[in-house]
Design a protein around this ligand. Structure first.
Ligand SMILES: [Mn+2]
Length: 326
């Protein structure tokens, strides 16, 4: 990654669709860090399609900006926090044609995107992209000061749900960050938590109202449908007591499914929702799917919502039978 110190011309740091705080914060931290060690490099920050409401709040708070669907014209393209082309739409085709150097920095299980990249800094064991960027900046000799520690902290807290799913490495980094001048835990939490959003609260409540409960031995799997905030709704069903939840909705004529699992379910079943379930559902929908062990998603245009959700449940039930952990 020494190239980051020596690269001439311009670089574009690109976030995935509905860029979440882990993605936007790792991008902001990387931009700040590169400014320190490579001041002549012109750095643009952009995102495919849109930003999450928490990410927009972070940009407002720290007076940053991210261009939606930016031009890819640059000498270096750094893609953060995604392993698949699907999440980079509508820029995916342009990325395939991109002539410059591509670097992927990510913590998801590697997928098609890495094969296209010239360099990858990918660690599926990391609980956030922000912690990978933190280590990278430290290794490059960047001073972790100013807004950088604030960005990294918010990014880690977002993807680990305030450290609930954090690796020991992430917790150590958070301790180091909290020792820095002006870094405040509560400030970071306030930036990433969307508790006030009326639309999201309605979606979570509707997901609970429309929920179907499936039993698989000692595990409870839930499915539901909402028109937006599927990921937040899937999380809400886990908070209500489900071990594993799938929430589907239709956006832009496309079926989108969010899958979530409780920590207990992840450790006792060893099921990886991204690799074992959502990748298959993505194929079934004639789209794409993937993600993390306990938080994953799939999207595509083929089939209908209820049969896709049924399929999610039957895949999990089959996996439970196979692993003989009813
Ligand atoms: Mn992430």
């Amino acid at each position: 990654m020494e190239i980051l110190k020596n690269q001439k011309g311009s670089a574009l740091i690109l976030c995935h669709q509905i860029a979440d705080p882990d993605c936007i914060c790792s991008a902001l931290a990387l931009k700040e860090g590169l400014r320190q060690i490579n001041p002549d490099l012109r750095i643009n920050l952009g995102t495919a399609e849109s930003l999450s409401s928490a990410s927009r709040r972070i940009l407002r708070r720290y007076e940053g900006s991210a261009e939606v669907n930016p031009s890819l014209e640059s000498d270096l393209l750094i893609i953060l926090d995604t392993s698949s082309f699907g999440l980079l739409s509508p820029l995916d085709e342009d990325i395939k044609k991109y002539k410059g150097r591509i670097i992927v920095i990510d913590h998801h299980v590697p997928n098609q995107l890495l094969a296209y990249a010239d360099d990858g800094l990918v660690d599926p064991e990391a609980t956030s992209t922000s912690e990978i960027v933190y280590k990278l900046l430290r290794d490059l000799g960047v001073k972790i000061e100013g807004l950088i520690p604030k960005y990294i902290l918010a990014g880690i807290l977002c993807d680990t749900r305030c450290l609930r799913f954090a690796s020991s490495g992430a917790v150590k980094i958070v301790c180091q960050l909290l020792d820095k001048e002006g870094v405040d835990y509560d400030e970071a939490v306030a930036l990433i938590v969307d508790s006030e959003d009326l639309g999201e609260r309605m979606a979570r409540l509707k997901a609970a109202q429309r929920m179907v409960i499936h039993r698989a031995g000692k595990y409870i799997i839930t499915t539901s449908e909402v028109s937006s905030f599927a990921a937040a709704s899937a999380n809400a069903l886990i908070a209500l007591g489900a071990d594993c939840s799938f929430v589907a909705g239709i956006e832009n004529d496309e079926i989108r499914i969010s899958a979530r699992a409780s920590k207990e379910f992840m450790t006792s079943t060893k099921i990886h929702l991204g690799r074992d379930v959502m990748a298959k559902i993505g194929d079934l929908l004639d789209g794409s799917g993937g993600g993390l062990r306990g938080a994953a998603g799939a999207r595509g245009k083929k089939g209908d919502l209820s049969s896709a959700l049924q399929k999610c449940v039957s895949i999990v039930k089959d996996l439970l039978k196979k692993t003989d952990r009813p």
